[in-house]
Design a protein around this ligand. Structure first.
Ligand SMILES: [Fe+2]
Length: 185
């Protein structure tokens, strides 16, 4: 289950329906998918996509997504720091950012055009859809690993455009449950 915090309001939301409702209010879709199916977290990507094919197909139909893949990031990933550095500054995409978390944890910060910055810590079973144009940034938690299904309308739109506001530097990438990833230097 995700944990949502609003740092500037010293607010934490941990109830599933309350999370979905709050995030809907800032344009972010949040769902929980059943992860009890018989598939290992480290199963090959094709098996993961097959196991969740009904949910993926439903999302494709709803959002116009045409492709799905599985992203794997862990401390052994070549170029991990450079990859993380692309997404830990405030940016947006010309493409929805849709992630279903299979394994690991991370924190999306969402910066609504009006209203407080919201941190969404996601874990296995969480689906998040950050609509195109939404200002956001992403950090891994302490274990520095995440595995997720991604959906794309057009993978060409996935490159980040940076706001360069520096707002991201005002928020620590805090993960709860004693996981904490200090800002990288
Ligand atoms: Fe992004």
């Amino acid at each position: 289950m995700a944990i949502v915090t609003v740092p500037d309001e010293n607010r934490t939301i941990e109830d599933r329906d309350a999370i979905a409702s709050y995030l809907a209010g800032i344009g972010i879709d949040y769902e929980r998918w059943d992860t009890s199916r018989a598939i290992a977290p480290n199963a090959p990507a094709e098996e993961v996509l097959a196991a969740y094919s009904s949910e993926i197909d439903a999302l494709k139909a709803r959002g116009g997504y045409v492709t799905a893949d599985v992203i794997d990031v862990n401390p052994q990933t070549p170029g991990l720091e450079a990859m993380l550095a692309k997404f830990n500054r405030e940016h947006w995409h010309d493409e929805d950012e849709v992630r279903f978390i299979i394994h690991g944890r991370g924190v999306f910060h969402i910066h609504p055009r009006e209203g407080a910055v919201v941190a969404i810590e996601v874990e296995a079973g969480d689906l998040i859809r950050v609509p195109r144009g939404t200002w956001h940034w992403f950090n891994l938690c302490e274990t520095r690993e995440i595995r997720a299904i991604r959906l794309f309308q057009d993978p060409a739109g996935w490159a980040p455009d940076y706001t360069e506001t520096g707002v991201d530097s005002n928020y620590q990438p805090v993960c709860f449950g004693a996981s904490y990833l200090p800002a990288q230097v």
